[in-house]
Design a protein around this ligand. Structure first.
Ligand SMILES: [Zn+2]
Length: 521
């Protein structure tokens, strides 16, 4: 069979003719990923993909890069945020891809992680944060995987590498972070293609969007016009429609709403967890929270003259020269106050027998003492869960079973959401201490911070540093979570459970409490 010139240059023809396999050795099948076909065959010089997690984007671009060096004679520089990302990706994806298709990539070695050669053309892999010097050689195409989580300065620097090329390609793709990230900036300059589907009933063409395209009661995808349930098949068969036609950059937005293998139920569950994660990794959208804060009126709105006491007490203690505490039940805060002698805390522990969460910083000697001498006492550490970024709260195991870990800014988000939804009431005396308590909350601001790699995220900061009652409240809230409290109230369950269940190392009686709460109607 002789190939025409067009066929030789067609990546789709190349994939089909060679029966290209994925990294697992299965013949590539775009059945459920029709949305990747246009992306695979798009050779626009500037491409941007704003995407959710796990949709096969990296594999698609890897394949394109390999095709480009083999069939178009390109030299390609392919970057990831760090060298260890390169290491992991090349060994688990690229090398497996090369090995799964030996007849196509004959002669391409898999030993050298950073450099692949075929017919005198090169594919370089490189971390944007790297111990070694950047790739100095010139290239025809730059591919920036996880662009928003890469060093932004380095991405800029690489642009000079394509000066000598006629093609000068630059493809960026990533989960977006914020509106100021590289992906969203480039997206704004693009033709902004959205996957557009057609309702089988009323024939309305529409883009699947959260929350309009999901019926929360029926837990199904729905037509935004006639409300008919949108089937898996209808979501699968869409087409890309540019919202800003004529722009030079070719842009695609991929969300998990268009992935036919994802159910409405899964989307709803994800929407109840960490909002930043939900935006970035599920919707493929930057995270831009509104003016989220707890003000004086929020607390006064939640204030009640009712007695909030139940059988259970929860106590949060913020540690400093002066210790601040928040004591309450699962219905809300009953008492707030300060003490300076540790024996005062012993007295409270004996009197209320609360579940305690105490700040482990700045010095954990006393925090340790309380976790060792009282039942249901934990100390709090802030940490990001690297294995599972969606997990906001988790509990230590074995020797660390006296520790509750949480992701600082995300757990504050969650607590504030809880307060704004009036799930935490304030049944405290309306006195000077309440005024002081409110003051601490009013210093809290949500600010966008940029780390040294140029990556943005939202953090909570106090304008004065006097925010002890905020953290005492947070420890009280964690004490409730540690006992599975809050989950027993129907109006709260939807909010709390996903987080607890996602913590895959939730263990012991907490697990039992969750199981119980799940069965509880
Ligand atoms: Zn319809």
């Amino acid at each position: 069979m002789t190939e025409t010139k067009a066929e030789q240059a067609s990546i789709l023809w190349w994939v089909l003719k060679n029966k290209i396999c994925n990294e697992k050795g299965e013949v590539l099948d775009f059945q459920d990923r029709l949305f990747l076909l246009d992306i695979l065959t798009d050779w626009t010089q500037n491409i941007v993909i704003k995407k959710s997690a796990q949709i096969g984007g990296s594999l698609t671009f890897n394949l394109k890069a390999l095709f480009a060096i083999q069939n178009l004679g390109f030299n390609v520089i392919y970057t990831f945020p760090t060298d260890s990302d390169v290491q992991e990706f090349v060994s688990s994806k690229t090398n497996k891809l090369i090995q799964a298709n030996p007849q196509v990539f004959r002669g391409m070695n898999t030993d050298n992680i950073e450099r692949k050669e075929l017919n005198g053309r090169f594919l370089f892999f490189k971390g944007t944060v790297s111990k070694t010097a950047p790739i100095m050689t010139s290239a025809d195409l730059l591919v920036h995987d996880e662009a928003d989580r890469s060093d932004q300065q380095t991405l800029e620097t690489y642009q000079s590498r394509t000066k000598a090329s006629r093609y000068k390609g630059r493809w960026l793709f990533s989960n977006p972070t914020t509106e100021k990230g590289a992906i969203d900036q480039q997206w704004q300059l693009s033709d902004q293609k959205e996957w557009t589907i057609t309702c089988g009933m009323c024939k309305a063409e529409q883009v699947l969007r959260w929350p309009d395209s999901i019926d929360l009661a029926r837990r199904v995808f729905q037509c935004v016009e006639c409300k008919k349930e949108i089937t898996r098949e209808e979501r699968r068969k869409g087409k890309w429609v540019a919202q800003e036609p004529g722009k030079e950059v070719s842009g695609y937005h991929i969300s998990l709403l268009m992935a036919p293998w994802i159910t409405a139920d899964e989307i709803i569950k994800d929407s109840e967890g960490d909002q930043e994660y939900f935006s970035n990794f599920i919707l493929g959208e930057p995270y831009s929270p509104g003016d989220l804060r707890v003000s004086r009126s929020t607390i006064l709105d939640n204030w009640t003259p009712k007695d909030l006491q139940t059988q259970q007490w929860y106590l949060g203690v913020d540690v400093g020269n002066i210790k601040h505490y928040v004591l309450g039940s699962e219905r809300g805060v009953v008492k707030v106050g300060r003490f300076s002698k540790w024996s005062d805390l012993d007295d409270m522990m004996k009197m209320y027998k609360p579940s305690l969460v105490i700040d482990a910083m700045p010095d954990n000697t006393m925090a340790k003492y309380f976790t060792e001498n009282y039942r249901n006492a934990l100390m709090s550490f802030f940490q990001d869960n690297m294995n599972n970024p969606q997990t906001i709260v988790w509990w230590g195991k074995d020797k660390k079973s006296n520790i509750v870990y949480s992701s600082r800014d995300r757990i504050i988000d969650q607590m504030i959401d809880y307060i704004l939804n009036a799930k935490m009431l304030f049944g405290v005396a309306s006195d000077k201490e309440l005024i002081e308590y409110i003051k601490h909350w009013e210093t809290l601001r949500r600010v966008k911070v940029v780390n040294n790699k140029g990556i943005e995220r939202y953090c909570w900061e106090s304008t004065t540093g006097v925010d002890h009652y905020v953290f005492a409240t947070l420890y009280y809230y964690l004490a409730m979570l540690s006992r599975g409290a809050g989950t027993f109230f129907p109006e709260v369950r939807g909010n709390m459970l996903p987080v607890l269940i996602n913590a895959d190392n939730v263990m012991g009686d907490i697990g039992a409490v969750i199981t119980e709460a799940n069965n509880w109607q």
